[in-house]
Design a protein around this ligand. Structure first.
Ligand code: ADP
Ligand code: ZN
Length: 739
């Protein structure tokens, strides 16, 4: 037997090593090993075992390093990721292990426990020395151990305040026995206790979903990923919880992915309430030690349910039975550094490899998942009504343009109907959320007066404004025009090239709503999970009247006293140079609207927009998902955008504008020759943000139904192809962000 090993050098190269006899039984794919390399040694992972090697005179593996090994099935997943996402095998394998486990620096925490040693000797000692002053300390220790039983050594010293030297003497004479054991680090830090919760009786729609799960588990219904589409409050989480219980009952484990764990404290508590200690919650606040302990707890099968963000997908679960991806449409499932994987898509692959059920849930599934449901790749299950028979909120559109130019002293952010609605809630002591749809990244051209937005006539995406060149550019076709100085539609000179900020809105809210208690929640004000929980806690207790925020407040929060949600500039996210701009806007508006009226009073949502006739805004206001999907899919089908094709983005960067441009052009020309029929290549053109940290950025887009050949070629070129020193190239397969 020989082992094929990758080292910690990201060379995308496999090296063959012999396996010494004493390790034959232990080494398998996924083992972490130390190998001789050049004149020294290196750490590596065994990728596979083979009978023979084409090389003779192999060096031998030196040793296994540490207890951490990657389960074999995960190694296969890593290999698949390296191929599919065009990254090196080292990068892919690295992402399977948390840094704390990979580094080998973190060790299990050991604790010493004391018990009574030789009982007879202890009795003799106590009788012989009763009442003797100089033995008082030792006697007390023995008495404590007799009463309390096993006690941690550091508790004896620090909590009971016994003398360490007395204890040492007792140990030396065998009167106290010591055992050292591994303990779990303090995971409960700062955690509130939760009351246990029992399963709810499923609604008919939930029952239908759970029946399908039963059918798939029993083999009577064809197994494929389930797409659970359910409006907000329809009881999706309850379906996840009961599905997990079914899988656990079969002795299997489950992984639940949530977009961002610090933003979903309420969901996490529900999991805790239902499953208690068998849960491993992987959040960003874990220390390295805690993360290390959790990883081993999962590997040993002590934690059977793992809840976490993207990377929790790689939890080393045994007998994986289920992967749930909540809010499957969220862009945070796509990793922005190599390997640029989509946790949702890799979840489907892992589920297939390990014969685990996969359940993708959302109120507004991605176009890709809807498409997969239509083509029969996924099994669609819908929850159309609310689990608790609540009335959906009343939604009204406010045409921002109807209120003319702002008068002196009047806020441009709040229209009179919105101001009136907020004041009404304040008088009734109800709470308000004001949502600011802050534009993501690109600077686009907008007119506040007429709602005009500069768009490329050929590509149906917004033009991107380049300050550097004073132009509007389409980064899909490269079309460029001079940036106008007045609005081409209404002639207003006050066109703008960027969005508004939450800070300004907060200041305006103070001016308009006077004494109301106002808080702001965005990535500037919320620096830690504590800040976030703190503000949410205040809001929940009613210490805040108006909460102003961005995307951060759109997520699954439940506030029964919020009766009004005001969306300040609903169309901001439409104006992005991205064919997913409509989809993102619809998802966001739906999610925000879902925050209103979760209590006994019917909620109201006011959507302020300068595009009241826009199809996406109208569908969002009517909460018409099907209508939106028809509209959006049609547009994407015409343009052959995903999901009607796959998209790979190639990025080029470098400090020398010309050098990057020339290299990108040559690279793209070569690609064109390899690509063949049915592959559409656009570019290279400047990225929407065309210069970051002194580096010029270009990109090439590749669309096609079958991109296997292109992918293999790209992978080779990016990992092993030549390029000037100053130019970086990377590949984003199934790109979500087009920047
Ligand atoms: P979603 O995840 O789709 O937003 P949830 O599972 O959070 O929906 O359910 C929304 C609300 O309805 C929660 O308060 C939940 O406790 C309640 N709920 C869910 N299922 C049921 C049920 N079968 N019977 C009664 N209440 C339910
Ligand atoms: Zn264009």
């Amino acid at each position: 037997m020989i082992a094929r090993v990758i080292t910690d050098l990201a060379l995308d190269r496999i090296f063959d090593y012999g396996i010494p006899e004493e390790l034959e039984q232990e080494i398998r794919s996924g083992s972490r090993v130390t190998v001789p390399f050049g004149h020294g040694t290196r750490e590596g992972f065994v990728l596979e075992l083979a009978a023979t090697s084409p090389f003779d005179k192999l060096k031998q593996i030196l040793r296994l390093s540490g207890d951490a090994h990657i389960p074999e099935k995960l190694v296969d997943l890593g290999k698949w990721m390296a191929e599919y996402y065009c990254c090196s095998r080292e990068q892919a394998i690295r992402s399977l292990l948390p840094g704390a486990v990979r580094s080998g620096k973190v060790k299990p925490k050991l604790r010493k426990y004391c018990t009574i040693g030789d009982e007879k000797a202890v009795q003799d000692f106590l009788e012989a020395n009763a009442g003797k002053k100089s033995f008082a300390g030792r006697i007390e220790i023995l008495q404590t151990l007799l009463d309390a039983g096993e006690t941690a050594m550091d508790d004896l010293v620090h909590f009971f305040n016994f003398s360490a030297s007395s204890l040492a003497t007792l140990i030396k004479h065998g009167l106290v026995a010591v055992e050292e054991r591994e303990v779990r680090r303090n995971h409960a830090h700062g955690r509130r206790s939760v009351l246990p919760g029992a399963p709810l009786t499923p609604t008919p729609e939930q029952k239908n979903a759970l029946d399908t799960v039963d059918g798939m588990l029993a083999g009577s219904v064809e197994r494929k990923p389930i797409l659970l589409r359910g409006v907000t409050n329809s009881g999706k989480t309850e379906v996840y919880l009961q599905t997990i219980a079914k899988v656990l009952a079969r002795g299997k484990s489950a992984i639940v992915l949530v977009p961002e764990i610090s933003l979903t404290p309420q969901t996490v508590s529900r999991f805790r309430a239902r499953f208690g200690e068998g849960l491993s919650i992987l959040h960003s606040g874990l220390s390295d030690g805690e993360r290390f302990d959790e990883w081993f707890r999962i590997l040993r099968g002590e934690a059977k349910i793992v809840v976490g963000a993207r990377s929790a997908l790689f939890a080393p679960c045994r007998d994986l039975g289920l992967i749930v991806v909540d809010e499957e449409h969220e862009s945070s499932y796509k990793q922005s550094e190599a390997p640029r994987y989509s946790a949702r898509d890799v979840a489907v692959v892992r589920g297939k490899m390990e014969e685990a059920l996969v359940m993708l849930g959302s109120a507004t599934p991605s176009g890709e998942s809807i498409y997969n449901a239509r083509t029969g790749k996924y099994h669609l299950i819908e929850l159309k009504s609310q689990a608790k028979n609540q009335e959906p909120p009343l939604v009204r559109i406010i045409d921002q343009r109807a209120y003319g130019p702002p008068e002196p002293g009047r806020s441009t952010f709040f229209s009179p109907p919105l101001i009136a609605a907020v004041k009404e809630r304040l008088e009734r002591h109800e709470q308000v959320i004001l949502f600011l749809n802050r534009r993501g990244y690109a600077r686009v051209m907008l007119c506040d007066q007429c709602g005009f937005e500069a768009r490329c006539p050929d590509c149906s995406v917004s033009y991107t404004y380049s300050k550097l060149r004073q132009t509007l550019e389409c980064h899909f076709c490269g079309g460029t025009i001079a940036a106008p100085e007045i609005c081409p539609q209404c002639g207003d000179p006050k066109i703008r090239f960027s969005g508004v900020g939450t800070e300004k809105v907060e200041a305006a809210a103070h001016a308009v709503f006077g004494p109301a208690r106002i808080a702001r929640m965005d990535s500037d004000t919320m620096r830690s999970a504590e800040d976030y929980e703190d503000t949410l806690g205040k809001f929940k207790r009613g210490d805040i009247d108006i909460l102003i925020g961005t995307q951060m407040i759109a997520k699954g929060l439940h506030f029964p006293d919020v009766t009004l949600v005001g969306i300040i500039n609903a169309d901001a996210s439409l104006a992005m140079p991205d064919f997913r701009a409509e989809e993102r806007t619809f998802q966001l508006l739906t999610q925000v609207a879902g925050r209103a009226g979760r209590g006994s009073v019917r909620g109201e949502v006011l959507i302020q927009t300068s595009k009241p006739e826009n199809e996406t805004i109208l569908c969002a206001a009517e909460q018409d998902f099907e209508g939106f999907v028809e509209y959006d899919m049609e547009a994407r089908e015409v343009m052959k955008y995903p999901p009607f094709s796959h998209l790979i983005l190639v990025h080029f960067r470098g400090e020398d504008d010309t050098e990057v441009r020339v290299f990108a052009s040559g690279f793209t020309d070569d690609l064109q020759r390899v690509a063949g029929e049915g592959v559409r290549i656009q570019g290279p053109f400047p990225a929407p943000i065309d210069r970051i940290k002194g580096k010029y950025r270009f990109m090439t887009m590749i669309f096609g139904e079958k991109l296997g050949v292109v992918r293999r070629y790209l992978r080779h070129m990016v990992l092993h192809g030549g390029r000037p020193d100053g130019v970086e190239v990377y590949v984003d397969v199934d790109a979500q962000a087009l920047l």
